[in-house]
Design a protein around this ligand. Structure first.
Ligand code: ZN
Length: 157
C-alpha cells in the first residue's frame, strides 16, 4: 500500500469529469487500497480518485460506522434535505454549511464486479453526494453552500 498525494483546490484536474472504470483488475484493487490508506492518513471520511490525480469513477468512504467502495456509482434517488458543516481534503481550511439530500440510493459496482444498490441517509448520504460531485468536477462550495468566516470557524473548533 502507498500514501498518495492529495490534489489541492486550484489544480484544474479537480474540475474535470472522471471516466467510468472499464475493468476491475489488480491495478484497480491496489488503487482502492491506496486511496483508503491515503484517506485514513489524512483524517478524511471520503476520497475520490480525482483527488489523487486519477480521473476514474472510484470513491472510498469511511464514516467510522460505514465503509464503502463505489465504482462507477449512479445516483438512483435523492430525498429530503439536510444542512451540515462540510469540508474537503482538497480544500484545507475551507468549511461551509452545505445543503444535501437526507437520503440517497446509489447503484455501484463492488470490487468483485457485482452491481449492487446501497441506501444511505444522514452523514453517509452527505458523504456519498460530496464524493460523487467530485466525479463531475464539482467541489462542495460550488452550490447551496455558505462558506464560514474564520470567526465562525472558531465556534466549531
Ligand atoms: Zn472532497
Amino acid at each position: 500500500m502507498a500514501i498518495l498525494n492529495i490534489v489541492k483546490d486550484g489544480d484544474e484536474i479537480l474540475r474535470k469529469k472522471s471516466k467510468p472504470v472499464d475493468k476491475i483488475d489488480e491495478k484497480l484493487l491496489i488503487l482502492l487500497d491506496d486511496m483508503k490508506e491515503t484517506m485514513e492518513k489524512a483524517g478524511g471520511v471520503g476520497l475520490a480518485a480525482v483527488q489523487i490525480g486519477k480521473l476514474k469513477q472510484v470513491i472510498v468512504i469511511d464514516t467510522g460506522e460505514d465503509q464503502l467502495e463505489l465504482i462507477n456509482p449512479k445516483l438512483l434517488s435523492a430525498k429530503g434535505e439536510q444542512e451540515d458543516l462540510e469540508g474537503c481534503l482538497s480544500c484545507p481550511g475551507k468549511w461551509g454549511i452545505r445543503k444535501r439530500p437526507l437520503k440517497v440510493e446509489v447503484e455501484t459496482l463492488t470490487r468483485e464486479g457485482k452491481t449492487v444498490r446501497k441506501k444511505a441517509e444522514g452523514f453517509l448520504a452527505k458523504a456519498i453526494c460530496h464524493e460523487m460531485d467530485h466525479l463531475q468536477g464539482k467541489l462542495f462550495y460550488d452550490e447551496d453552500c455558505r462558506i464560514l468566516s474564520p470567526e465562525e470557524m472558531k465556534e466549531y473548533e
